[in-house]
Design a protein around this ligand. Structure first.
Ligand SMILES: *Cc1c(COP(=O)(O)O)cnc(C)c1O
Length: 235
């Protein structure tokens, strides 16, 4: 366990270093980029070990798994991020339980989250997930549907839109993801004009491409494999 703690702390430190270098290359303040450690399929013990090394933000994809870990680690002051595809019928388990929901991609889902958050008397911070590359199998609202969804969310008292998220296609060469990141940033800029207020967050960049994402303006990167190692296939 001690070795695992050290291994995780070292891996996260290396990622932080590379994040800082990427930020500096782009003339950005490294302090503006939040590292979310994506812990799906990895045990709560790994999260605890990494939290002891100072990591506070963790990302999970599956509602049951996330809530079980959250309960097991309730003694720690962590910020939980919901980053996975979310079915409308599970929205009630998510609203109010996560610092940030990255994956809002439909009116139906937004309404369900808003209903639950309003019922709890809380305001849930969210990002809208955009399918920038227009991939058919991917979740995310397409570019054409983004303004309408954003304006609808803006009118929902239980939700606070703070930016956009994207998951680019998998490329061996991270340079190929760069135009997708640049596009998300432009979409965010356009939406700020439309809504007349700042949308500070761009959640983009994973293990293979986070440096390019930070150079293109990411404020949140979601990194799993580089910190925790390979994930076992899902049972
Ligand atoms: C799993 C996952 C990640 C982390 O991916 P790695 O390549 O392991 O860093 C990031 N974002 C989302 C949405 C994910 O599902």
């Amino acid at each position: 366990m001690m070795d695992r703690s050290r291994e995780l702390a070292r891996a996260a430190a290396r990622v932080r270093e590379e994040l800082a270098q990427a930020a500096q290359r782009a003339g950005r303040d490294p302090g503006q980029v939040t590292l979310v450690a994506v812990s799906k399929f990895h045990p709560a013990g790994d999260i605890r070990a990494l939290a002891e090394a100072g990591q506070a933000d963790f990302g999970e994809n599956y509602v049951q798994e996330a809530l079980a870990k959250r309960e097991e680690l309730a003694d720690l002051a962590l910020r939980w991020h919901f980053i996975g595809g979310l079915q409308t019928n599970k929205a009630r388990f998510v609203a109010g339980n996560f610092a940030l929901v990255h994956s809002v991609d439909s009116m139906k889902l937004a309404r369900a989250l808003d209903g639950r958050a309003s019922g709890l008397g809380v305001v849930q911070d969210i990002l809208i997930q955009v399918n920038v590359a227009g991939e058919e199998q991917k979740s995310g609202v397409d570019e054409a549907g983004l303004p309408e969804l954003a304006e609808a969310v803006e009118a929902m008292p239980g939700l606070r839109l703070t930016g956009l998220m994207t998951l680019p296609p998998f490329f061996d060469d991270p340079e190929r993801a760069r135009p997708v990141f640049a596009r998300l940033r432009r979409l965010r800029d356009g939406l700020e004009g439309r809504l007349g207020r700042p949308l500070p967050h761009l959640s983009m960049g994973m293990t293979g491409d986070f440096a390019a994402a930070v150079e293109e303006g990411a404020t949140v990167v979601r990194i799993g494999t580089r910190i925790f190692g390979a994930r076992a296939p899902r049972q």
